[in-house]
Ligand binder design. Structure first.
Ligand SMILES: Nc1nc2c(c(=O)[nH]1)N[C@H]1C(S)=C(S)[C@@H](COP(=O)(O)OP(=O)(O)OC[C@H]3O[C@@H](n4cnc5c(=O)[nH]c(N)nc54)[C@H](O)[C@@H]3O)O[C@H]1N2
Ligand SMILES: Nc1nc2c(c(=O)[nH]1)N[C@H]1C(S)=C(S)[C@@H](COP(=O)(O)OP(=O)(O)OC[C@H]3O[C@@H](n4cnc5c(=O)[nH]c(N)nc54)[C@H](O)[C@@H]3O)O[C@H]1N2
Ligand code: SF4
Ligand SMILES: [Mo]
Length: 737
């Protein structure tokens, strides 16, 4: 089997040795004690990987070629993910903030301090004054436990998670259109499609391994259409690129549907038999002629016609989208408008025909299923539905009347802290100071809290404001499962024990519950027991895992839900035979007229600002800004701008520019590229402090999903005051490995 940790000979012959690619201190050449088959800790592709373990430390990796999704392939982050467990910044003990900074403490002291704060805040201000924020990088087991802990041990309504910044627009739209929230197809369907439409996703940088599926389709003659304000790496190889103005996607989808109807490329019999409300959409899109649509979206009418001509008569097709259309105040409406194209042509529920929102975080799918969202109970149950409440109350052995009601969403929790309504907070696997809009407000809110506790394995920027930091576990330090972007539940394996005095996350949660007097409901001897409780709690619910066991998952390289019985094979492809998950089995069209973004460009702020990712950095950067070779690949945030805009402003490549919005400003070097619309600038958001894109974004929320409008606001761009020549900024940077 090939070992990928060393650059191969052919590579070295061509490029010479690659010292910067090696970890600090060089490659670890020792023979491992064992190889552990598990998954990458980063994106929703969840590539299979084998971790090399020596003396209870992760020292490297080997490909896991049998895992079908990536067949041994890994992206730049995947090949470096192993460097975290032995990292010098790894938290090894609980920390307590004192006058002179953080000091290490015993677990007893840290946990008691946390529990005392919970009790005193709740006694003084009520149960809901203490909030809990979870995350979707964690396992299904922890997502379930977070929800149970908040509702049963804390008794608070205010629990939500970082997927509120990520998957919720797609999730809401999926439930509205199809009655279920999951990718409709296994990715093995992608190479079978003859047309692939990708809206608002930089697949090559954000889901590198998924690119392979799209190229396989292309090799078999598929046409690729990309909709994005930037010519992303994948767009450079596409058949058709639609350079949409930020914040205009629902109009663009309506424009394409207009042409499909005019040219009679809609499947009237599928629409009649399997869907509802098409007539409302037909009436709505009448006015979205190619000319009108061009006026709104900036996409040439000829390209709109071409998109319809490719999609309309295709024998098979797949729609994929990600945050580019979802991070909007009309994120749900954008998704529903694109789904209309799939339903109108009836191409779903068949090999090579379907749909998928590309799930972001490692457990972006499972993280939204098991009850850590403010409106959700385990099994995807609705916290407002009396029967669902009763089922879970009985299952947990508590009174239905004691089960909290729906609470606030993630950004709303920070607003309630500002208002003084929430006084205490615990976060686990979330770095809101970097990841939610208007960082200055977030920082002020954190300082307003009477108590803040963070559970993490690195001291992330938010945790620096904590009173107590509880040293938790990395993905490879715990057992569990995650559900991938396909809807495939896979098994994560513990490779090593948490180092020092760090603890497995779920032990910390259970210990807190115990100290809050609810220990009897949080008695687990291993992660499998939590999983078995989770699957039992999901039985009969909208998200049914009740047929799954660790053994079954491992034996079949993952199981797709719904999997409602022990002998059930799981459901890789949804909607076969045109059967959807609403009670009448019909899918729903939705007719939302286009409306502009919350903050559109004007004379004072004439440029669109948008933000997103680069391939070598991950989310708020806590994990990847510590890995030297990933930092070298893209060391600091750059502001992408078109040469025409740069010329107008008199800016050279790598010269410092200041991007100003109504919230604040950020100064970074310019990166002049022809691959972005001249009316738009883009800055990746993986850095904190003065380099944080979220200093200038805004908290306008989608009314249904409550996702912030990360992908569009209005800005002004200027040559930085006092900027002299070409600059590189020295960032306060964590230690490197
Ligand atoms: N390298 C890397 N990979 C990651 C992550 C990471 O941080 N780094 N994060 C993971 C997570 S959690 C997520 S959610 C995914 C995100 O995956 P993606 O959604 O693919 O990534 P983004 O860069 O957020 O945005 C995608 C694209 O949206 C475009 N865009 C901006 N505004 C608009 C608009 O109005 N309309 C349209 N159609 N497009 C627009 C941007 O130009 C960008 O190319 O990536 C996952 N994978
Ligand atoms: N401007 C702008 N802002 C954005 C976006 C954008 O496109 N533009 N994208 C948004 C999106 S899609 C997302 S998903 C969010 C993500 O934003 P966050 O969720 O805040 O980002 P992360 O970096 O994942 O922060 C998670 C923290 O969890 C820790 N962690 C990871 N795994 C575990 C675990 O298993 N256990 C414990 N205890 N800790 C763990 C990491 O060390 C890190 O400190 O950012 C959002 N913010
Ligand atoms: S594609 Fe995603 S899961 Fe695969 S190696 Fe890269 S970051 Fe990890
Ligand atoms: Mo995300």
């Amino acid at each position: 089997m090939a070992i990928l940790t060393l650059p191969d000979e052919a590579y070295c012959a061509r490029f010479g040795p690659t010292p910067s690619y090696a970890p600090v201190g060089g490659w670890d050449q020792r023979e491992p004690d064992r190889l552990v088959k598990t998954h990458c800790c980063f994106c929703g592709v969840q590539c299979g990987i084998q971790l090399k373990v020596k003396d209870d430390q992760v020292i490297g990796f080997e490909p896991w070629e049998e895992f079908p999704v990536n067949q041994g392939k890994l992206c730049p982050k995947g090949v470096k993910r192993y460097l975290q467990n032995g990292h010098p910044d790894r938290l090894l003990a609980p920390l307590i903030r004192s006058e002179s900074g953080f000091r290490q403490s015993s677990w007893d002291e840290a946990l008691n301090k946390t529990v005392e704060a919970i009790k005193s805040i709740q006694a003084k201000y009520g149960k809901d004054a203490f909030a809990f924020l979870g995350g979707a990088s964690m396992t299904n087991e922890k997502a379930y436990l977070n929800g149970k802990f908040a509702r049963v041990a804390l008794g608070t309504a205010n629990i939500d998670y970082n997927g509120r910044l990520c998957m919720v627009s797609a999730g809401a739209a999926n439930r509205m259109a199809f009655g279920i929230d999951r990718a409709a197809n296994p990715w093995s369907d992608i190479p079978l499609a003859k047309v692939i439409l990708i809206a608002g996703s930089n697949v090559a940088e954000c889901f590198p391994i998924l690119t392979d599926y799209i190229w396989r389709a292309r090799d078999q003659g598929a046409k690729i259409i990309i909709i994005d304000p930037r010519i992303t790496p994948l767009a450079r190889t596409a058949d058709l690129f639609l350079p949409v103005r930020p914040g205009r996607d629902s109009a663009l989808a309506h424009g394409i549907l207009h042409v499909l109807i005019e040219r009679r490329w809609v499947d009237e019999s599928f629409i009649a038999e399997h869907t509802k409300d098409f007539e409302k959409v037909r009436a709505l899109v009448k006015t979205y002629t190619p000319g009108v649509t061009e006026g709104i979206t900036g996409v040439p009418a000829a390209s709109i016609l071409k998109a319809a001509e490719l999609w309309g008569p295709a024998e098979s097709s797949m729609l994929l989208h990600a945050r580019g259309i979802e991070h909007h105040t009309k994120g749900v409406e954008n998704v529903l408008s694109y789904i209309n194209l799939v339903l109108a042509t009836g191409r779903i529920g068949k090999p090579g025909c379907g749909y998928g929102t590309i799930t972001g975080q490692g457990n972006g799918q499972g993280g939204r299923e098991h009850g850590q969202r403010c409106n959700q109970l385990p099994g995807g149950r609705d916290i407002n539905h009396p029967d669902h409440r009763q089922f879970i109350a009985d299952f947990w052995g508590v009174l239905e009347s004691e089960l909290p009601r729906q609470g606030l969403t993630a950004c709303e929790i920070f607003e309630a802290i500002e208002q003084g309504e929430i006084k205490g907070l615990i976060t686990i696997s979330f770095n809101p100071l970097v990841s939610i809009p208007e960082a200055n407000r977030t920082r002020a809110a954190l300082e307003k809290l009477e108590f803040y506790g963070a559970i993490d394995f690195f001291l992330n920027e938010t945790a620096r404001h904590a009173d107590v930091v509880l040293a938790g576990s990395l993905q490879e330090e715990d057992e569990g499962t995650v559900t991938t972007g396909e809807g495939r539940c896979v098994r994560l394996r513990q490779a090593v024990k948490p180092p020092g005095r760090a603890r497995v996350d779920w032990h910390i949660i259970c210990d807190l519950a115990n100290r809050l007097g609810k220990g009897e409901l949080f008695c687990y001897s291993n992660a499998e027991e939590i999983f078995n409780e989770l699957t039992a709690a999901s039985q009969g619910g909208p998200i049914d895992y009740s047929g799954m066991t660790y053994e079954r998952i491992e034996n079949s390289m993952g199981l797709f839900w719904p999997c409602p019985a022990p002998g059930h094979p799981g459901t890789p492809r949804l909607f076969e035979g045109g059967r959807f998950f609403h009670t009448d089995s019909k899918a729903r069209f939705h007719a939302y007229d286009y409306r502009p973004p919350a903050e559109d460009v004007d004379a004072e702020f004439p440029i669109f600002f948008t933000s997103g990712r680069v391939v070598s950095q991950y989310l708020s950067g806590t994990q990847t800004r510590r890995i030297g070779s990933l930092v070298d690949q893209y060391p600091e945030p750059l502001c992408e701008m078109h040469p025409r805009l740069a010329e107008k402003l008199g800016i050279d490549d790598r010269e410092l520019v200041t991007v100003i919005t109504r919230r604040g400003e950020i100064t970074v070097p310019a990166q002049i590229v022809k691959t972005i619309r001249p009316d738009t600038v883009f800055i990746p958001y993986h850095w904190p402090g003065k380099k944080a894109a979220n200093q200038i974004t805004h908290r306008a929320l989608d009314p249904i999903s409550k996702i912030p409008e990360f992908k569009v606001c209005a800005c002004r761009v200027e040559k930085a005051a006092g900027a002299n020549g070409h600059a590189s900024i020295v960032l306060e940077s964590p230690r490197r490995k």
